[in-house]
Design a protein around this ligand. Structure first.
Ligand code: THU
Length: 132
């Protein structure tokens, strides 16, 4: 699966976002090394702090389905935004827990261009272990 196909999946899954408060739907498509794609959407709550972002929904679903650190190949994130929509900082931290710093993160914009970054570029000097 190439980055365009993965991004298409992220766009499609946007329809499933539950975002009645922000009206800001986000879709994520997480590619596993075995070729499986796991989708995620933001799931909001009337108690706003209970909201879960699309990227975390995808990662947590993968973990719940038995995938482990090292199984992740790439993630694509899509929203209805003009500019590239980057993962929030909590999601970057969750990605850093399970994914390689070299893992590609694909972002897209209103022109459907794709920006490819590594997780390390999104989160340099990541906090990943307790022994320092
Ligand atoms: N959101 C995501 O799902 N992913 C991001 O990368 C940025 C923000 C969601 C959270 C909330 O439901 C809405 O977008 C507005 O912040």
């Amino acid at each position: 699966m190439n980055k365009e196909q993965l991004m298409e999946q992220a766009r499609k899954t946007l329809e499933n976002a539950y975002a009645p408060y922000s009206e800001f739907p986000v879709g994520a498509a997480l590619l596993l090394k075995d070729g499986t794609v796991i989708n995620g959407v933001n799931v909001e709550n009337v108690s706003f702090g209970a909201t879960n972002c699309a990227e975390r929904t995808a990662i947590f679903t993968a973990i719940a389905n038995g995938y482990k650190k090292g199984d992740f190949q790439a993630i694509a994130v899509a929203g209805d935004t003009e500019d590239y929509l980057p993962p929030c900082s909590i999601c970057r931290q969750v990605l850093a827990e399970f994914c390689s710093p070299e893992m590609p993160v694909y972002l897209t914009n209103g022109k459907k261009e794709i920006l490819e970054l590594t997780l390390r570029e999104l989160l340099p000097y990541a906090f990943t272990e307790l022994e320092m």
